[in-house]
Design a protein around this ligand. Sequence first.
Ligand code: ADP
Ligand code: MG
Ligand code: ZN
Length: 487
Amino acid sequence: MVYIPVIGLEIHAELKTQTKMFCGCLVVDSTIAEANSSVCPVCLGLPGALPVVNKKAVELGLRAALALECTPLQYSIFARKNYFYPDLPKGYQISQYETPLAENGRLLIRTSEGEKTIRIRRVHLEEDTGKLTHINRDVDPCSLVDLNRAGVPLLEIVSEPDMHSVEEARAYAVTLHQLLRTIAVSSGDMEKGAIRFEANVSVMLAGAEELGTRTEIKNLNSFRSMERAIEFEIKRHIAILKSNSKVSQETVGWNESEEVTFSQRSKEEAHDYRYFPEPDLPPLVVDSIWLDSILQNIPELPAMKRMRYASEYHLQDAIIDILLEDPRMAFFFEKVVQHGEPAKEATNWITGVLASEVKIRGLDWDCLPIVPGYFADLITLVRRGDINLLTAKTVLSEMLDTGKQPKVIIEQKGLMQIEDGDVIATAVHSVLQGNPKEVANYLAGKETLAQWFFGQVMAKTGGQASPGVVKRELERQLFRLKNELSD
Ligand code: ADP
Ligand code: MG
Ligand code: ZN
C-alpha cells in the first residue's frame, strides 16, 4: 500500500512596521531591549484601553496578499480569539476569522520534479503574544513574562493542503520567505523568530477520496526543524495506519534535541475559541484607490527577478538562488553590474569574498561602508591585472574599514601590481640563491617545491608581484639550473 503525505502550512510573519498592530508602542528587538520596556495600556490589556489599527501593517499585509495573487476583501473584520495564556494579558488575541484580509491566492514553487502551484487559502492580520522565559527549572522554578512582543503585527498565510513531500513543503517555505523579504514585508529574520511555521500533516492511501486525519505541529522556527518534524510525523502516521490504528487529530510540539514530536493537546476546534467580532474596532474597509497604489508599488518579485537574471545576465540557477536568498545582496549586485562589470565576475566576488566579509563583520547589505561603484572599480582593477587577487583582498578589507576608493588605497599604500620583469627576475634569483637546500632537493626530483618557491617570491614582493610573470620567470630560472646540472 502506498501512502501519500498531505501537508498544509501556516506561516506567521512579523511585519516590518515601526510600531505595534493596535497601539503606538515601538516594535523593539526583544533579544536586545530591556523586558517590558515597550508597552502601554493597550498592549498590556489594561481595562478601558482601546485598539487602533496600524495602517502600515494593513498596507504590508495587502502588499503580501497581492504578491501572492490573493483577492483582498473589500471589508474584513477583526475578531477576538479567546483563550488564556500568561503571555496574553487580554485573555484574547485580536485576529481575523471569517473575513480575512485576502483569500484565494497562489505561489509557484520549484522542486526537482519541476514547477508546481500551491494554493493559498487565506492571508490575515493578527497580533503577536508576549514571551515567557522559564528559569530555575530545578531549584526555584519561575516564569518571567516579557510583553515587548505583545501586539507586534503578524501576517498569517495559510496554504491549502497541496504539498505532498518534505521537499515541496521546504520549497514552499523557502519561496515564501524569499518573497516576503524581497517585497520588504518582513525582515524574515528566522533567528529572531520573525517567521514561524506550523505544519499540518496527514497521510492518505493513493487513490483515496478523502484526506486523512491531520496533526498540527506548532512553533517551528527554522526550515530544518520544519523538515525534520514533518518527516517524523509522516512516518509516525504511516506506522499508526499500518498497525490498523487511527491517527488522532491533535496538536503536537517538536522536541528539537531528540528530534521527535510530542502530543500537546487534542486539536482545538474553532468554536472552542468563541470567536466574535472585535467590538472595539470597526470593519476594515480597503479603498480601491489605495489598493491600486499598493499594487503599483510592489517591487519586482523573486520569480520575475529569476527570469531576468537568467535572460539578461546569463547566470546559472544555483548562483541566482544564492543572490535571491538576500534581496539586498541582489540589489547590490545589480548596482555593481550597472557600473559595467561582467555579471559573472560580479556574482563571484559578491557571493564569495564580499559575502564572507559581510558575515564576519556582521554588516548589513543595506548599508555597506562601500558604494557599489567602488566595488566595481576593485573588480576592474583585478580584471585588468593592475592588482592581483591577494592584494585585492587587502584592498577590500581597507575599503570596508575606511570606505575609500580602491585606487586611493592602492596609491597610498603602494600596492600596484609589480609587472616589471627585471624586478621580478631579481626577486626570483634571490629566493633561489637564498635557499640552496631546497634548490638541491628540487633538482633531485622534488618538483612540488616549485610551488614553495613561488610562495617565497610572492612573499618577498609583499604579494604584489604579478603571479603570471612570477610563474614564468621561476620556470625559466629553474629550467636554466636544470640545464646547468645536466651539462
Ligand atoms: P486550523 O488549523 O485553525 O484548524 P484549518 O482547518 O483551516 O485551520 O487548516 C489549517 C491548515 O491545515 C491549512 O494549511 C490546511 O491546508 C491544512 N489542512 C487541512 N486539512 C488537512 C489535512 N487533512 N492534511 C494536511 N493538512 C491539512
Ligand atoms: Mg492551525
Ligand atoms: Zn502598546
